[in-house]
Ligand binder design. Structure first.
Ligand code: SF4
Ligand code: SF4
Length: 120
């Protein structure tokens, strides 16, 4: 089993998730931006050891077990798996959290923006 980063991550600069992953399988795309790859982090499924450490650290609640991804953003499962086929285009980002924590209202607004129910 793997965990999945959904589009709730898009444009987040927090990066707290990176600090806890024991196998560095949370990655970003390197190189030129591409419409095929939205600006977010991804989990490499075949490298994730299913420890669950990243999920509670994500202030935007963007990380889910594969089986629990909200249906509204379930397309993001395939996007994470697709990274396996393009692994050489992805790397662990440098840097770490800038300490900015979104307010509860901002977390809800982000879910609403992507059509995810507030209680997910
Ligand atoms: S902490 Fe969450 S929202 Fe921020 S980069 Fe990591 S997965 Fe994305
Ligand atoms: S579940 Fe564990 S191994 Fe998988 S991405 Fe999260 S922190 Fe890394």
């Amino acid at each position: 089993m793997t965990w999945v980063i959904t589009r709730l991550c898009r444009d987040c600069l927090d990066l707290t998730c990176l600090e806890v992953c024991p196998v560095n399988c949370i990655v970003e795309r390197t190189g030129e931006p591409s419409p095929e790859w939205p600006n977010q982090l991804y989990i490499v499924p075949n490298e994730c050891i299913d420890c669950g450490a990243c999920e509670p650290e994500c202030p935007y609640e963007a990380i889910f077990e594969e089986e629990s991804v909200p249906p509204e953003v379930s397309d993001d499962i395939a996007l994470n798996y697709r990274v396996e086929d393009h692994r050489d285009e992805f790397a662990t980002p440098p840097g770490s959290s800038d300490g900015t924590v979104p307010s509860p209202e901002e977390v809800v607004a982000n879910k609403v923006k992507w059509g995810v129910p507030e209680n997910y």
